[in-house]
Design a protein around this ligand. Sequence first.
Ligand code: PLP
Length: 425
Amino acid sequence: MTAVAGARIGELPVVDRAEGCWIYDVDGNDYLDGSSGTLCVNIGHGVREVLDAMAEQGAQVCFTHRSQFESQPRRALTEEIHAVTGNRFREIVYTNSGSEATETALRLVLHHHNELGTPDRVVVLSQYPSYHGMTAGALGISGHPARRRNLGGLLAGAADLALVAPADPDALVPDASDWSAALERVGADRVAAIMVEPVGCAASGGAVVPDQTWRDLRELCDRTGTLLVADEVMTGFGRTGAWLAHTGSGVLADLVATGKGLSAGYSPLGACLVGDAVLRGRSAATAAIGHTMNGNPLSAAAALAVLRYLTRHGLVDRARAAGELLRLRLDELAGCYDWVGPPRGRGLVHGLPLHQSAASYAVEPLAHRVCAAARACGLVVYPAGVDHRTQSLLVAPPLTISDDELDELVRRLDSALRRTAEAQG
Ligand code: PLP
């Protein structure tokens, strides 16, 4: 049997309703949402302000096309995104998902080099392991074998692929020397961009790119005329204790793909933040990118209310403080099991590595067993990793989680780990 990380795990309960950090099924069971869905529901479930904003917007207008009308919530959302990201981006291109946001970044990268008269720059370097989305271009630069399998024909036509794995077998993210070696191997005059996840979530289970690597990457990109792209679909809008995870390094990427936490699961939305260097300041509209529903008024109203809620309740700072507590608790928990490694991550996203032999992982990843046991214990956590080396549980509750709820999360996770250990004998 081939292991497929992120595959469906057993029969699923049917959801009835959700509130705050809690989800209830139709049989009356409660679940603590320990992964915010898939790092999406950052402000928790059922927030009245967001539901009211959506109802009001729905009553006014749900859809007009962006080529025909600007909408009030979209205009206000654009201002709000500029404000929380320090007015450092020139333009915002809306999408319906994180995949479309990374795909949009790729397209802008290729347009940029064509417009600049360097059309041979078609290679996008990205990390191994990594995950940038399900659309062909985004998957084409994703270092995630299980999600790429059987799609060779489709992906071959997408952006040229150059995955950069760390030379150090113990490392999970490439360092400056890995990136420059890859650039040299491919040829600097063929590389269009470097795409990096600040915290590798689905593929590497919480591996953090060090600040120094971001600074080295910025320098490398500036020196070689390469664009730097940050994939902040999982990390953007507060999850790591900052509005954007990569900017704490003092570096700003040329393009930033976002999604998930932007509208916190209330309505589909993603966004690509575009910096000044891209297309030499010309509008992204020249690249003719866009899907019908992109940036529709209803999703914009939801996201605007989400960002205002994050600000009003100081949730970005809360993610940092609660993240320290979570790390401490997970560290203590990991110490109780010899097959669980110390947590890695930042803010309220942490991966808990699970040790398993390659042969046993190929039969059934331990992470799937623990997630099923967690569900039986009333806890939702997310299985991450591309192989037995990166396999982990992602723990990433809503930023609104209380200290008591964090303790309860860890208690339930402990029960799930104990159940898994007992079932293994
Ligand atoms: N980029 C990263 C880093 C992700 O983790 C994901 C989804 O998990 C995506 C892109 C794709 O986002 P979506 O599933 O919203 O298309």
